[in-house]
Structures are given as C-alpha cells and as structure tokens.
Design a protein around this ligand. Structure first.
Ligand SMILES: *Cc1c(COP(=O)(O)O)cnc(C)c1O
Length: 360
C-alpha cells in the first residue's frame, strides 16, 4: 500500500504529462517561458488572487514573501509551533524572531484567540498555517492584523485547493505561499511552489527578488535569490491542476469514510465554513506505538506530523521556550499519526487500514 498513490496518479494522467515533458525537451525552454506564464495565469484564476508567482519551493515562497515585505532583524512574526519547520525557519532566516502561539485543540491550527496577547511593538506579521489542508480562521486573524497594522501571510503549503466560505486558500490574506512538493495536494515531480497576492507592488517586489533582485538582465536593484520554477514542473502542474477539483472531491470522500469507520480516535474538527483538502489524514490515538506497529506489520505506511513542536527544537533554544509553554501542541505531537490518504486509495486498502487501527 502507498501512503500517497503518486504512481496511480501518474498512470492516469500519463499521456498528458508525457506530452508536456516532451514539449519542454523538444523546445529546450527549460527555465521560465510560456509553460511558467501559463501556469501562473492558471493558478491565479484557480485561487482568485490577482497575482500568482511560481517559484522553486514552498520554502522559497515563504522566504521571498518575508523578504519582499521587508521583514528583517529586530522584527517578530507570530506563527504556530505545530507546523513543518520551514515556516519558522524562514522567519529566522530573514533575521526576524518567530513568536509562537499555541494551537486550537479542535482544529490544530493557530488559536486566533491567543494571538493578540503575543503582539508587541516589534510584531510585523502573522503567519497562520493551514494545517493538514484546513484553513485557519482568516476572518478573525485578518481583523486582528488590521487593528495592529500587521501583514498576514498564509502558509498554504498543505491547503492548495481548500476553501473558507467559498474563497480559496491563498486568496484570504495579504499574501500566501504554497508548495508543490510531490506529497502536497497539488504536487509536481520535484520541488516547486507559488506565492499569491492581490497587492501589485508586493507582487512586483517578489518577482524581482526571485530573480536575483533583477528586472533587467545583469542590472541588480535588490538582493534576492534564484527562486524560479522550471518549465518541466510548470508543464506537469498545468496538467495536474485540471484534475485537482475531482481529486479534492475524492479526498473528501476518503476522509469521510475514515471518519465514519475509525473508532476511538480523534481527528481535527473541520469548521463548517471550511472545505479541507486533507493534505494528511491525521488521527490522535491512545497508544500510538501499538497502532504504528500494527500498521507496519500489515504493510500500511504511516507518518507522524509532527513529533516535536517547533518551540522545542534545539535550534530555537535561544528563543527561550520550554516544555509546557504550548500544552496543546505538545499533547497533540505525542499521540498524532497520519494514515494513507490520496484520491487513488482503494476501498479495500482503506478497509484494511480501518480494521488494523480499530483492532490495535
Ligand atoms: C511542505 C511545507 C513547507 C515547505 O514546502 P517545500 O516545498 O517542501 O519547501 C512549508 N510549510 C508547510 C506547512 C509545509 O507543509
């Protein structure tokens, strides 16, 4: 059994994907060009934002957004400790300080009710993460940001395609970033990412920064990086994007089937106004070791997102956090695990997972 059925997905779209790849190889336009321009137009259209800027990964998308917003040493950015490392890593990489706020025990997303007490004179932005495919309460977060004159950056690496009150993830904040890492809801065949915003000036700044701070070749006006997406990945994404709505519907069906049949587990509560894309299907169990072992014995792949919350990572020692600071994140990290999830998992596979987890 696969954790994510990337091979079944490829076999289904093979003719379309292979022809995109062949076209890139036959024209030798490997960097940028029409494939990337088409992808950006398709992404903006899908998300509803004015601008979509393709880039080299979800990590570079976060880095470039922070850079373009001018966030730097001495600044603070509020985020969740229960996320993939890159979120806080990029805040630290631009020299700013990640300030953590615990998660909500129902959704596992940042607890918006606790954000205001973490705001200081140095706070520049709030970076909620749409964890496991579900968007945080953006209305509440945007209101807090507006009141304190802060930017909101949605880390939408896990939520491309998700909606809140019918609005797509990526179009609910000043700027948003996503990842096309193969395991994400919309994945390419390598690394890739994108940034979304409807702020013209910010979009321009991001574009300059992802191309070595240059608008005109060999004329550099800013400090940036090589953050470009290549044409092969863009071609692959253009195909996969046309199938995404269908896959999202299938993922929801798979999740609901798990919801109905798994016993004695708790799962993130999906808010009524949200449609999750279930980037992961995570459960909290009483005896994680036993359940993991039972799955392993039956050839069922599992994962743990995330075993160590970020405030307890050794690299962030100097931030001064300690065990007990974020009790919800800590408790969830101790008993959470992820089950196989994709649009291509079969009923038989799901039944085996359900039986195994329930028995354990
Ligand atoms: C995957 C992920 C990233 C990083 O994306 P990459 O494309 O792997 O660089 C950032 N934040 C979150 C929440 C993620 O899940």
């Amino acid at each position: 059994m696969d954790f994510i059925n990337l091979q079944s997905q490829y076999q289904k779209y093979k003719a379309q994907i292979d022809s995109q790849i062949a076209e890139v190889l036959n024209t030798s336009n490997y960097i940028g060009g029409q494939k990337v321009a088409t992808l950006e137009a398709n992404l903006a259209d899908f998300v509803g934002s004015k601008h979509a800027i393709a880039c080299s990964s979800g990590t570079s998308a976060i880095f470039l957004s922070l850079l373009a917003l001018g966030i730097k040493a001495g600044d603070e950015v509020i985020t969740t400790p229960f996320t993939f490392f890159a979120t806080a890593e990029m805040i630290a990489l631009v020299g700013a300080k990640p300030v953590f706020v615990d998660i909500d025990e129902k959704t596992y997303n940042i607890d918006a009710n606790k954000i205001e007490q973490a705001i200081t004179k140095r706070t520049k932005a709030i970076m909620p993460v749409s964890l496991f495919g579900q968007i945080s309460d953006m209305k509440q977060i945007n209101e807090i940001a507006k009141k304190h004159n802060l930017s909101v950056i949605e880390d939408a690496a896990q939520s491309f395609g998700a909606t809140q009150e019918g609005v797509r993830s990526g179009n609910l904040s000043h700027v948003a970033t996503t990842s096309f890492f193969p395991a994400k809801p919309l994945g390419c065949y390598g690394d890739g990412g994108a940034i979304f915003t409807s702020d013209d000036a910010l979009a321009k700044e991001i574009r300059i920064r992802l191309n070595h701070g240059s608008e005109q070749r060999y004329i550099h006006t800013h400090i940036g990086i090589n953050g470009r997406l290549d044409a092969l990945q863009a071609g692959i994404l253009n195909v996969k994007l046309t199938h995404l709505n269908e896959e999202i519907a299938k993922r929801a069906e798979v999740a609901h089937y798990y919801d109905e049949h798994l016993q004695n587990v708790s799962v993130p509560h999906i808010l009524d106004k949200n449609q999750s894309v279930y980037a992961q299907y995570c459960i909290r169990v009483k005896n994680r070791e036993r359940v993991l072992k039972a799955c392993k014995e039956r050839g069922i792949p599992t994962g743990i997102y995330y075993p160590v919350p970020l405030h307890l990572q050794s690299v962030f020692k100097e931030l001064g956090y300690k065990k007990g600071d974020f009790s919800v994140s800590e408790a969830v990290s101790e008993d959470i695990m992820a089950l196989p999830m994709s649009a291509f998992i079969t009923k038989e596979e799901q039944d085996l997972v359900i039986k195994t987890v329930n028995n354990a």
